[in-house]
Design a binder for this molecule. Structure first.
Ligand code: AMP
Ligand code: ZN
Length: 483
């Protein structure tokens, strides 16, 4: 089956073909956080869906070029910095730092660029776009000195959200860039400075002020990815007005179709309501970690439901995630032990002929249905179904003694391949430096055939909570208990 996604623009499942004539590069833009507080796990549901998308595209051989913006100036950041009496940059920087730490905890791949809204280069690009829109009659400066987009001059306005234009046209403009409070109508491109902005302002042809939230994404996307993108993502709350506005601004400037595929994830809910800061029903990642859950357990819990289906956050759900991860860890450990039998008994010492090693369980095919499930609009439930069915069957074969070490190695390879997409495996990606040093010393001891030293180092690692295993690919160090 071909790779296909549900496109919000057409409301249909569409086959995916990138703009790149060679079919390799995929340009993806993903709306990022507003850094006025810690991101909540609802936000991370959106970022995890985007991570799954990127990882699957990469598994399918595409070269993904991705941008995620950091909104470090808006009403909320300004309000926060004033409340604390510190400059804007000083207020936002700890939240930026925390955001990147959280991405790492959840094993979310970094985008290629994280442009910041306050970057002078980006502000200049935003001003240029607004100038073009004004010159084309698509924008105007109002009495309050702010500049607004004139939606009546852009007939496609409302297409993405499937809104009735007549209804939209009858409404007035709104100044606030707090999109959950924003109504339909003309939207601000440039906000004239007022007292509440304090020292936060930039010069522009329309006087001092700051850019609106929507123009930020149009400018950054075109600056860093070009006038046309393959995929643009966000949560469903971004569809209107934010993404609708992005289309109007960008296409108003370029005259070209801005985005081929619009992908939006459903909300993370708490007792049936959207998890959000304004409702106060949110958990940050740190809140969940403080209850003893690991990053990969949270990753699994937020990723396991199809991105277009609402997901209710519960602590029972977290427990289920813990159990699922534990099952994967146990299975991987069993497969490793089986696979290592070969290593511990090198061929030259094997008493039995090699034929006896042949098992009965079939070797995995390249994907065994995993990739195909994800090709179908990132059907993660289908993909996880493949994984857990595989675990069940191979475990049974291990119980029966009918899965040999080379089959175990083949299944491990299969697992390592699909875990490049899931990223829920317990294998540590980067070892702490002292563990790395001990591991390296153990490799050296083994090369020198100093088995006593090697065992001592193994015990030392164990005492620190790490396990050293000798596999056919060399020493592997994992955290004991797989967390
Ligand atoms: P914000 O910082 O509010 O602009 O949100 C950043 C990203 O998180 C956007 O893509 C939102 O659509 C998404 N988002 C916000 N709340 C939720 C939620 N409860 N569930 C899923 N995604 C969300
Ligand atoms: Zn955006």
């Amino acid at each position: 089956m071909a790779l296909r996604f549900f496109n919000t623009y057409s409301r249909e499942l569409e086959e995916f073909h990138p703009l790149d004539p060679a079919g390799h590069e995929v340009k993806v833009y993903t709306c990022g956080p507003t850094v006025y507080s810690h991101a909540h796990i609802g936000n991370f549901r959106a970022y995890l869906f985007e991570d799954l998308l990127q990882r699957h595209l990469e598994l399918r051989g595409f070269n993904v070029r991705r941008v995620m913006n950091i909104t470090d100036v808006d009403d909320k950041t300004i309000r926060g910095s004033r409340a604390e009496g510190v400059p804007l940059e000083q207020f936002t920087s700890p939240f930026k730092k925390a955001f990147f730490e959280d991405l790492d905890t959840l094993l979310i791949k970094r985008a290629d660029f994280f442009p910041e809204a306050t970057d002078p280069k980006q502000i200049a690009a935003m001003i240029e776009m607004i100038k073009t829109l004004v010159a084309r009659g698509l924008a105007y400066q109002a009495e309050d000195k702010s500049v607004y987009f004139r939606i009546n001059r852009f007939p496609e306005y409302g297409r993405l959200a499937h809104f009735d234009l007549a209804e939209l046209r009858s409404t007035g403009r709104v100044k606030s860039d707090e999109y959950d409070k924003e109504h339909v109508g003309d939207f601000a491109l440039w906000k004239a400075w007022d007292e509440e902005d304090g020292p936060v302002k930039w010069e522009s042809p329309w006087g001092s002020g700051r850019p609106g939230w929507h123009i930020e994404c149009s400018a950054m996307a075109t600056q860093l990815l070009g006038e046309q993108l393959d995929i643009h993502c966000g949560g469903v709350d971004n569809i209107f007005p934010h993404h609708e506005a992005e289309i109007a601004q960008t296409e108003g400037c370029t005259g070209k179709k801005f985005v081929r595929y619009w992908l939006h994830c459903a909300h993370l809910l708490v007792e049936g309501q959207k998890m959000s800061k304004s409702l106060g029903n949110f958990y940050t990642l740190r809140d969940v970690l403080a209850k003893g859950y690991s990053g990969r357990e949270v990753r699994y819990a937020l990723m396991r439901v199809h991105y277009r289906a609402p997901l209710n956050f519960t602590w029972e759900g977290m427990e289920e995630a813990r159990q699922a991860i534990g099952r994967v860890d146990d299975w991987v450990r069993r497969l490793r032990e089986k696979a290592e039998e070969n290593v511990q008994r090198p061929m030259s010492n094997v008493q039995r002929p090699i034929e006896e090693e042949q098992g009965t369980i079939e070797r995995p095919q390249t994907s065994n249905g995993f990739d195909e499930a994800l090709d179908d609009d990132l059907n993660i439930s289908g993909a996880l179904g493949v994984l857990f069915e595989t675990i069940r069957e191979t475990n049974r074969a291990l119980d029966l003694g009918s899965l040999d070490s080379s089959a175990a190695s083949a299944w491990l390879e299969w697992w390592e391949r699909i875990d490049r997409v899931l990223a829920i495996g317990g294998e540590e990606r980067a070892l702490p430096p002292e563990i790395e040093t001990l591991g390296e010393a153990r490799v050296q001891a083994r090369l020198a055939k100093d088995w006593r030293k090697s065992d001592e180092l193994r015990d030392e690692l164990a005492a620190r909570g790490w396990e050293a295993r000798d596999t056919k690919d060399g020493q592997k160090i994992t955290r004991r208990g797989g967390t």
